[in-house]
Structures are given as C-alpha cells and as structure tokens.
Design a protein around this ligand. Sequence first.
Ligand SMILES: [Zn+2]
Length: 297
Amino acid sequence: MKSLGIDIGGTFLKYIYKENNQFTTGKIYTRDIISEGNPDLIIKEIKNIVEKFKPESIGIAVAGLVDKKTGRITNSPNIKSLDGYPLKENLEKIINIPVYIENDASLAAYGEYMYGAGKNSKILICLTLGTGLGGGAVINGKILSGVSGSAMEIGHTIIQLNGLPCHCGRKGCLEAYVSSYGLERIYYLLTDKKLSSSEIISLANEGNKLAMESLEKFSEYLAIGLMNITHIFNPDKILIAGGIPEYYPALRDITVANLKKLTFPLPFRDLSIENAALREFSGAYGALAYGEKGGKD
Ligand SMILES: [Zn+2]
C-alpha cells in the first residue's frame, strides 16, 4: 500500500510517505503562505505532494479542533485561516481519494503508539510541549477523541485560579506555564529579561543557574499537569514530545522526581514517563497510520 501522512503546523508542513515499508520524510516551510491567510495555498502544497507520490491513502494532522460531525476545523490559534475551513471536503474534490483528518496532538500520540515510544502501551498519554501544549491519548489502541473531537485539551485545564493569561483567553491554564511562551514568562519573572525559549534552553544546557532554575519551575508546573493526568487516567505511559524536552532532555528526570512527590504511589508505581521517539514527525506518522486505517484507528 502506498500511504501518505501530513502534519500541517504553523511553521512547517511535514509529511511521510510509505511504500513497501520504506519511509520518505519531508518538510516544507509554510509560515509565509499561512500568514497570507488563504487556505487554498495550503491545499496547493498538499496537491503537489499527492501528485508526486500518488498515494492510495491520506491522513492529515492539524493544529486545532476537528469537528467530528462536519469535518471542519475550529479553534486553530496558530493557523487562523483554517478556522471553520472545510479542509476534508475541499481536498477530496481536488485529489479524488478520501482524506482523514484528526487533531495533531491526538495523531502525535497515535504515531508514537504505532511507530515510536508508545508501542504496546495500554493507556498512553502524549503531551506535546511546543508553542502551545497539546495532549493526546490512545487507549487500548484507540484514539480518545471525544464525542465532538475535542477531548484531551490538557493545555486548557486550569491549574491556578486567576493565574497567568493563556492564548485561549482563560487565566491560569496549564499551557500558560507549560509551553514555550510559558517558559519565557517564568524566566522573565525570575530575571526581568526577555529571552526566547530556545535561548533559555541553550543557557540551561551551558549550566546557567537562572535558566536552569526556570526550567526547574517549568517542570514543577508540568508535574502538576502530569499528576492530574495520572490521577484521572492511571496510564502506563506518558510521553513528552516537542522541542522543549527534545533540546533539554534533562527535563524528563527532573519532572519524574517532582511528580513522585505529588502523585499517589500506586499509579506512580505502574507509570513510566519517557521522551517521545519520533521527534517532530510523530504527528505525520500518526496521520499516516490513521489514513491507512480509513480514519478508524
Ligand atoms: Zn488556555
């Protein structure tokens, strides 16, 4: 079978093509075309990839909520032009094969379950720590997407009453602390200096005390989120994915230690926390597998 998985993000469109168990990955810079605000330009990029590979199945991961009933995308803060856009319908008109779309964080969890660090997990949770904080769950091999398609919005669970403002408009969301902008704020509150999250991580990797302290604080918030997840789901595995754990791998050990202090010992005993394995391609791998199964996971 020739299959294609695509992950549409705010900066890059990533894809994986599979034929005879050989994988080809690719990445297209899309920030400029996305900022033009015309979703047809994204469709054109996808059409080019489809014409090149001629796949028999297509799965697509998108940042945002995917309405199970209409197939439309809503609440896509990083790709505003896709808000309310009938991506499935419009793509299928052009490329003549069925297209299956799911939320990117759910498909990142599914990608790790099928091909990465989540294989054989019974209750798998995957958190993607990037620009925002995404969450996905795969339970007994099935994506937990919810009735409407909006389950696992862990980033927008509140951990602090009247806390820091979140990009969603609420206050005190987990994402307001545990995301790249969360890390930048934590560092700013500690030092009065504005640095980007990648600068803070480089400093921490060089042994800079205040940068390390910021990541320690960041980990404490992350551990609160993980405690909530653990107490609700009692999972066997939680994966942390995204740029922050990738470039600061020490985050995992610090967070496990913080989590141990917070969580009931019983679910902690049976839980393992690992860094995700597929790096920036987890979502595309998940989309590939989801498309192959005709959106049935
Ligand atoms: Zn929020």
